[in-house]
Design a protein around this ligand. Structure first.
Ligand SMILES: Cc1cc2nc3c(=O)[nH]c(=O)nc-3n(C[C@H](O)[C@H](O)[C@H](O)COP(=O)(O)OP(=O)(O)OC[C@H]3O[C@@H](n4cnc5c(N)ncnc54)[C@H](O)[C@@H]3O)c2cc1C
Length: 462
């Protein structure tokens, strides 16, 4: 009865078209990789304004109704999972780009806008929104902010956190906190917007954001490098950083096990580099003069080849070739498609110790009969690697066994169980590997204060 009470109130406030129930839910899902699995929810709501959202949260607060916010559904930690007791709020209709302010180099946007459309809107004004990752065509800006997404250019431009200047947020009780400021400096007490960045929808619902734009680089050059050992991968990063004086904008590593299937999927038989080196790096420079920057990179790479720092290199000749080269890193779905049951990891470690860690984990995974392969790659310059473990067995037991192999050594390396994907459901049990009891207790106090009824994305993170 109460169930219909709240649905009826939501229909009264929003109108029929914005409240989906029953059969209308069958075509909805909770992750882009599980489109065949219908969503579990009491109702799915489609607000198209902050006012709608505030009305939704007021009603849900009144009923103690749990809510799960859906962005682009590309997270990799189970943070958009819901149950039949939940109401799901999909942000897809709040997708307007409200302003590109060229003078202040900001972009104001509703939370449901797709990341790629934000990037394109900035480019139209010769500016750039540097956040970029493989799921840019589906992920929403609100989702990226709520997960504090990282991606391919963190090393030069920082995480999402560094690119958000202002936020509008609806709190658990429906109050709207509007802080859509365009200020670079604002030391007026606690920086409240930071609380919502990376909170995975557990502290409030982000409705709008002011994003920081940068000048669009006038040149872009990309190269694929091959290495004989990991020490050279690290040394070359330092050397390139100091030689390129600020123009190195990406340095992504692929272990051979990952390069092989990716290169075959992207290039067929005409591979840019032979597949028998242990490590490959995709690097990019962003500068001011295309020809000059390319010449500089060419000289540096031939120097590196001459001195044996790199074993081989392929420099792209055209924007189209660059796009293809970057597919090697951006389209990991080629690897996912090969897996029977895939398990994903997102580990942060001191750069110099990554290989020691990886070798240790591979040894442990080798002992597990149902592990077929472990694909290793990552944002090397950020000390962040990803593992995709391919298994012949699904289920909790297999997930836990692989988790133990991957997470157990992290503490001794002073690493983190989540560099950029968040905690969600999948990493909850391992939060204490990276956070102290006092830190977790402070997080719990914050959650209790901001969401006293525990209705915002219940059961996630904590
Ligand atoms: C192929 C692929 C590559 C990826 N590469 C990267 C990468 O390089 N770096 C990286 O960091 N991540 C990466 N990801 C992970 C993922 O894309 C990011 O976590 C992304 O930021 C999630 O955005 P989304 O809109 O899909 O959010 P969703 O998955 O829909 O939601 C993520 C979380 O945010 C919450 N949420 C969503 N919108 C809001 C809102 N408006 N207000 C409050 N809470 C909200 C949800 O409740 C959930 O807890 C990748 C994913 C895929 C599939």
């Amino acid at each position: 009865m109460e169930e219909w009470g709240i649905i009826q109130q939501l229909i009264n406030k929003l109108g029929h078209g914005k409240v989906l129930t029953g059969d209308a839910l069958k075509a909805r899902y909770s992750h882009i990789w599980e489109m065949d699995r219908p969503i579990q929810a009491k109702a799915l709501l489609l607000p198209d304004s902050t006012e709608d959202l505030s009305a939704i949260m007021k009603t849900c607060y009144q009923f103690g109704q749990p809510v799960v916010v859906h962005g682009g559904l590309t997270n990799l930690v189970g943070s958009t999972q819901s149950s039949l007791q939940d109401v799901v709020i999909s942000m897809e209709k709040m997708n307007r780009i409200l302003e590109v302010d060229e003078e202040n180099r900001t972009l104001t946007v509703e939370a449901g806008a797709i990341l790629e459309s934000v990037q394109l809107a900035a480019l139209e004004k010769d500016l750039m929104f540097p956040l970029n990752f493989g799921a840019k065509g589906s992920a929403q800006i609100g989702g990226a902010i709520s997960t504090n997404a990282g991606g391919l250019k963190v090393f030069k431009y920082g995480m999402t956190r560094n690119l958000v200047m202002g936020l509008e947020v609806v709190l658990a009780d429906g109050r709207v906190i509007n802080s859509l400021k365009k200020l670079i400096k604002d030391n007026t007490g606690y920086d409240l917007k930071q609380l919502f960045i990376g909170a995975e929808g557990t502290l409030g619902v982000i409705t709008k954001a002011v994003l920081k734009l940068i000048e669009k680089p006038k040149s872009r050059n990309s190269a694929l490098l091959a290495f004989k050992d990991y020490t050279r991968v690290v040394k070359t990063l330092r050397w390139l950083e100091s030689s390129l004086t600020g123009t190195l904008s990406a340095y992504e590593v692929l272990w051979q096990v990952t390069y092989r299937p990716m290169a075959a999927a992207v290039f067929g038989i005409n591979l840019p580099l032979a597949p028998d080196f242990p490590y490959y790096v995709l690097m990019e420079t962003s500068g001011a003069d295309q020809d000059e920057d390319r010449r500089r990179l060419e000289d540096l790479l031939s120097d590196a080849l001459h001195h044996g720092m790199i074993a081989d290199a392929a420099l792209s000749d055209s924007p189209a070739q660059q796009e293809q080269l970057w597919e090697l890193r951006e389209h990991m779905d080629h690897v996912v498609a090969r897996c029977q049951h895939d398990q994903h990891f997102d580990i942060s470690l001191p750069i110099g110790q990554i290989e020691e860690y990886v070798q240790g984990v591979l040894k442990e995974l080798d002992k597990i009969a149902f592990v077929r392969e472990c694909y290793v790659f990552g944002h090397m310059a950020d000390g962040n690697i990803h593992l995709i473990v391919d298994k012949t067995k699904a289920g909790e037991e297999s997930v836990n066994a692989v988790n133990e192999a991957v997470y157990t050594p992290i503490q001794s390396f002073g690493g983190s169980v989540s560099a950029e994907h968040g905690i969600g459901m999948h990493k909850k049990a391992y939060l204490h590997y990276s956070r102290s009891p006092d830190e977790i207790s402070l997080m719990q106090s914050l959650k209790q204060m901001m969401d006293p009824l525990g209705i915002l994305n219940p059961g996630k993170i904590l």
